[in-house]
Design a protein around this ligand. Structure first.
Ligand code: ADP
Ligand code: MG
Length: 690
């Protein structure tokens, strides 16, 4: 049977009662299968000795040592015993906080196995305050030592010993006849091991080499399943065709000629790539990657024009109302004069005007509709939706993208993002996605200067801001909170809005955040855009897409509270015109290591690709690809940013396999067929043998 068929409840295991069942359940463990798939988060090396002399450097000690002497410090109830031990390489003091009874167990002159962490050099001696030990008896093997010990996530009253015991019982009772999910030929050619062994070794490895192979086997298997699913989807997708076309480009040309600037080389290249796809039989599935400010919106508009000139409709979806509105205004400005009828739809329009709008859309009197996810509510119908454009696509869930696509008869799909992700990942999440990259920035752009400032030094930043305001430029101030909180001591947008009005007397200060009604938001943005507001105090609502080229300073206070991609996006609000622009990251004293890393990365580079790579390392890819919400990806051992190499290999096997044997009918795929038919891995929606 397959491991996922071990559906017996955990309380079948000796020692698991009601209380423990609850604790296990809060770790997501209800049955034997889940218990066995609850892999360790790390392993403690109690196999290879790590002597006292290297303990500081390694952060732990594992050795056989002799107890030398007892001493103590503190008086009365705070008296604490210290036990000095020695191995071949040096001395170590075991500090027995709250464990003075150990004096009776660690007798001077005896020998012990000891494993300790929390090693530090204090009071001119090496100390260790967290340790486990066992008497050393010559010619007898120790109980808790001499092996690699698994460490699990815990919950409630559970201990490591509990989990080790339950899992080892489960392994003995249930695991001897588990099927391999990978075909034998893959196991062989990739030097992997049987599923039985892999499960045994991942929990209780005999040595570190065996552990590595067990890990690799389980990771490979998981990614292989993932790839079978995605490759299947893309095979499905490639079965649909549209008719070949030769779309007119007259209007597109007319707009290009009217622009006050030239397109960048990459913009031209991408517009051509898109047109090629639009004309071809294959349904377009293309992602445009381009750093913030590289001019993706214009490329989207230029892509829409030939479709419209050819008689089709285009929908553009943006993640926020603010951004959708801005796009729709730009679209109107650029496209109305060449005869294209644009419209804006949001969740907030009155039903009377909404009904008119929907009717116009359905009758084909609107060519280009722009909006938020309101674009795909049930009552929105199109006459001839041929192209769907999704801006800042990583902000949407998989389902949201799909539901808009389903509005047309297999419309072409164009996704845009400023957050590049590795190719293997995009393949995993979006099937066969073609990628266009915009690398060149519009001419005249200057690199944004980024400065870090510790809290308390805002004065300097404010002076700088005065200077820029004096030159007629505009400024953003961004805060992590909307309003004051009694839970955390952070500056908030509302209070700072009042404060900054005092500081920058004579200048117009505006406030924008998600709690402000949508209509007001739009008005405020418009005033900022038109230069009526000089200083915009905001939260991360201005993170995506907002385009005001005259703004040259971005001040982010409590910058350590923002993620890397958010910081990069926020910084991208300036440097959008020809003026030199600046970003000030004001940070508080309470910096974590990761926070520090983020800020330094921001200072070091303006390159969105580098920042995305760093972000991927710090956060993991689920977030970035926008699939986190979908529940589709619940990986138990693979890590998509770490395991890209394995992912690639798994993908190539999956492709070969499905090409040769799409129905999984071959004898060597009998287990796979059974698995996918009756016990599908991951969400069942994604797999059906049809
Ligand atoms: P993003 O890629 O971040 O979505 P936008 O599409 O918002 O970038 O473009 C940023 C700004 O650059 C806009 O003001 C836009 O009008 C301008 N822009 C776009 N293409 C060019 C170009 N080829 N030359 C000069 N400015 C351009
Ligand atoms: Mg944009």
């Amino acid at each position: 049977m397959f491991i996922s068929q071990l559906s017996q409840p955990v309380d079948r295991i000796k020692g698991v009662g009601v209380e423990i069942s609850k604790d296990l359940e809060s770790l997501g463990i209800r049955n034997i299968s889940a218990l066995l798939k609850n892999y360790p988060i790390k392993w403690e090396d109690r196999l290879n000795l790590s002597p006292i002399s290297s303990s500081i450097q390694k952060g732990y000690v594992y050795t056989i040592a002799k107890v030398i002497e007892h001493s103590s410090f503190g008086y009365g109830r705070s008296k604490t015993i210290k036990i000095l031990i020695q191995d071949d390489t040096g001395y170590l003091s075991l500090v027995c906080f709250g464990r003075n009874f150990l004096a009776n167990k660690l007798i001077v002159g005896s020998s012990i196995y000891i494993y300790g962490t929390n090693i530090s050099y204090k009071f001119s001696e090496l100390q260790c305050s967290t340790f486990e030990f066992e008497d050393y008896i010559a010619n007898e093997s120790p109980k808790k030592f001499g092996k690699i010990l698994p460490i699990y996530r815990l919950s409630g009253k559970l201990t490591q010993n509990h989990l080790r015991k339950f899992i080892s019982i489960a392994l003995k009772q249930y695991i001897n006849e588990i099927y391999n999910e990978l075909p034998d030929y893959i196991i062989k050619s990739e030097s992997l091991i049987d599923k039985n062994q892999a499960i045994n070794q991942i929990h209780f490895p005999t040595n570190f080499d065996a552990l590595e192979i067990a890990k690799k086997t389980l990771i490979f298997e998981e990614l292989f399943h993932l790839q079978i699913i995605t490759v299947r989807k893309s095979i499905e997708h490639s079965k649909y065709f549209k008719s070949e076309k030769d779309l007119p480009r007259k209007l597109q040309e007319r707009l290009i000629n009217k622009l006050p600037f030239d397109l960048t080389l990459d913009q031209k290249k991408v517009v051509d790539e898109v047109l090629f796809d639009l004309n071809s039989k294959k349904i377009m599935n293309r992602l445009i990657q381009g750093d913030v400010g590289s001019g993706k919106t214009l490329v989207a508009f230029l892509s829409a024009i030939p479709v419209i000139e050819g008689g089709g409709q285009v929908a553009l979806m943006a993640p926020t109302e603010l951004l959708a509105k801005q796009h729709s205004e730009n679209a109107y400005k650029l496209l109305n004069s060449i005869g294209i009828r644009t419209a804006f739809i949001s969740g907030n329009i009155k039903s009377s005007s909404r009904n008119i709008l929907l009717k116009q859309l359905e009758e084909g009197n609107i060519d280009f509709i722009i909006g938020t996810h309101a674009l795909f509510t049930n009552d929105v119908l199109y006459k001839k939706l041929e192209l769907v454009i999704v801006d800042e696509q990583h902000r949407f869930g998989v389902e949201q993208r799909l539901s808009l696509k389903n509005k047309g008869n297999n419309p072409d799909l164009l996704l845009m993002t400023a957050t590049p992700i590795p190719r293997t990942l995009t393949m995993t999440f979006f099937g066969d996605l073609d990628i266009s990259t915009i690398k060149t920035m519009p001419v005249g752009r200057k690199e944004i200067e980024t400065h870090l400032a510790r809290i308390g030094n805002e004065e300097k930043v404010y002076n700088f801001v005065f200077n820029e305001l004096g030159k007629g430029r505009q400024v953003y101030f961004v805060y992590p909170l909307i309003e004051q909180s009694d839970k955390i001591d952070l500056k908030d947008a509302e209070s700072m809005y009042h404060h900054l009005q005092h500081i920058f007397k004579g200048y117009n200060v505006g406030l924008i955040h998600s709690k402000i009604p949508d209509d007001d938001k739009v008005n405020i943005m418009e005033s900022f855009s038109n230069g009526i507001i000089d200083i915009l105090v905001a939260t991360s609502v201005v993170e995506v897409g907002v385009d005001v080229p005259n703004a040259t300073v971005m001040v982010i206070e409590h910058a350590e509270r923002f993620g890397l991609s958010a910081l990069h996006q926020l910084r991208g609000r300036v440097g959008r015109g020809s003026h030199q622009s600046y970003c000030f990251l004001v940070y508080s004293n309470l910096l974590t290591d990761e926070g520090k890393k983020r800020l330094l990365t921001m200072k070091d580079t303006n390159d969105g690709f580098k920042i995305a790579t760093e972000d991927l390392k710090l956060r993991g890819p689920g977030d970035i690809a926008g699939v986190k919400q979908s529940g589709f990806m619940k990986l138990s051992i693979a890590n998509l940013s770490r395991d890209l190499k394995i992912l690639e290999r798994a993908r190539s096997y999956a492709q070969d396999l499905l090409l040769k044997d799409p129905g999984l009918l071959d004898y060597e795929h009998r287990f796979l067929r059974e698995l996918y038919t009756n016990h599908p891995p991951f969400s069942p929606n994604y797999i059906s043998l049809g």
